[in-house]
Design a protein around this ligand. Sequence first.
Ligand SMILES: Nc1ncnc2c1ncn2[C@@H]1O[C@H](COP(=O)(O)OP(=O)(O)OP(=O)(O)O)[C@@H](O)[C@H]1O
Length: 258
Amino acid sequence: MAKRIDVKDLNLFYGKFHAVDGVSLAVPPRNVTAFIGPSGCGKSTVLRSLNRMHEVIPGARAEGKVLLDGEDIYASTVDPVSVRRTIGMVFQRPNPFPTMSIRDNVVAGLKLAGERNGKKLDEVAEQALRGANLWAEVKDRLNRPGGGLSGGQQQRLCIARAIAVQPDVLLMDEPCSALDPISTLAIEDLIQELKKDFTIVIVTHNMQQAARVSDQTAFFNLAGVGQPGRLVELDDTERIFSNPTQKATEDYISGRFG
Ligand SMILES: Nc1ncnc2c1ncn2[C@@H]1O[C@H](COP(=O)(O)OP(=O)(O)OP(=O)(O)O)[C@@H](O)[C@H]1O
């Protein structure tokens, strides 16, 4: 169930390129944290480092600590695959397995982990689809392909797939950027529901969205061209949008740059 994350002096690299410099931040459990900032400042890179997806890119590496309820996910004894199971991820473009049935998409992770009991898989599929606010729309076509759903439904299917394995944390990388406004609102409502059970970190370019869905907001920026991105400030969302302490944050949220 929902866990806290503490990031300590995290530096992220792509080969020799120092992409993110010295980030420290805390994400409380059952809380939505939004990452905002101009393009290229490292939001997605930091997000991917929170479940060790960053290192999947050839040459990419992380220095520093990411603690999940005090346990360092980068410790040498930790299996990155189990980290990714505990800290799930939803991507920018919905990526269901298109020919696989809706039901099998949801339970794909569980089947991979060896669960073979059909009744149990049906139960988990229903629970996860209900949790993702999709059950009512798909309950009569669970055996039809996931690729046949609308974009917004596919994204909720991917959220159902992510929560079916009961992660502690959900990372969302611009989950609404490929969706229309109605589907976007459906996902935003869903995020409010999900935070009762999960710790959520969301990258968004949409500042209204950050203001609507998050409890705290982290503003990232670049010190200059070719310089690494860094965390400028992290505070309650209300404060970031009404009275930030840093001028760069104020300039960004008031639309003066970015
Ligand atoms: N796979 C990669 N290989 C090399 N460099 C990368 C890779 N992915 C990102 N970068 C670089 O790392 C820096 C941070 O990129 P990142 O995508 O994290 O920024 P971002 O703030 O999420 O940007 P955006 O808002 O445009 O998605 C950029 O300079 C980017 O070019």
